[in-house]
Design a protein. Structure first.
Length: 172
């Protein structure tokens, strides 16, 4: 059996209002698209430049940025611990990569890993004293770098930026 599909309606911002020509609607949609692409490119380039500038916060002998991200999630948890799946959900790398990263961090003595008592297949990771010290050392420098870079924006602009990026992530 072949399913019948209803024709899709164009998005509301591209529908013609009474008395508006199709050409005018297409131009408006094209302008919206160009503006969206320009805004996206600007956001992407700003992120890239800021990340390049703060990359030096992560020295070879302390923590990598990925290790810092793991410890950031872990130290925010009760008892400086978090479920491995929560760490994975907060990372921008694949689950197998997070697992290998966590194993390396365990070997370095930055975190410990034990079975999750509430989930037989899961694990809990906890910051060790050494991991907490390394995290705090880097966090101080990192927070200073971020504050300096973001100082070009007013408090109102920072609040607006946070709201806009939250909205883009779909978590508003």
């Amino acid at each position: 059996m072949i399913a019948r599909m209803r024709p899709m309606r164009p998005p509301s911002h591209t529908r013609r209002a009474p008395g508006v020509s199709l050409t005018a609607t297409k131009v408006d949609a094209m302008t919206d698209r160009r503006l969206a692409v320009a805004a996206w490119e600007s956001l992407f380039r700003a992120q890239h430049e800021v990340l390049q500038e703060i990359r030096d916060d992560f020295g070879d002998d302390d923590l990598t940025q990925a290790e810092y991200d793991v410890l950031l999630t872990v130290t925010r948890g009760e008892g400086h611990a978090a479920r491995l799946r929560d760490v994975t959900a907060n990372m921008l790398i694949s689950q197998p990569s997070v697992s290998r990263l966590v194993d390396r961090m365990v070997a370095r003595g930055l975190i410990s890993k034990c079975p999750d008592p509430h989930d037989g297949r899961g694990a809990i990771v906890r910051a060790t004293d050494e991991g907490l010290l390394a995290f705090r050392r880097v966090a101080t420098t990192h927070a200073r770098s971020i504050a300096e870079r973001m100082s070009v924006l007013s408090d109102a602009e920072l609040t607006e930026l946070q709201g806009l990026t939250t909205k883009l992530r779909g978590t508003a």
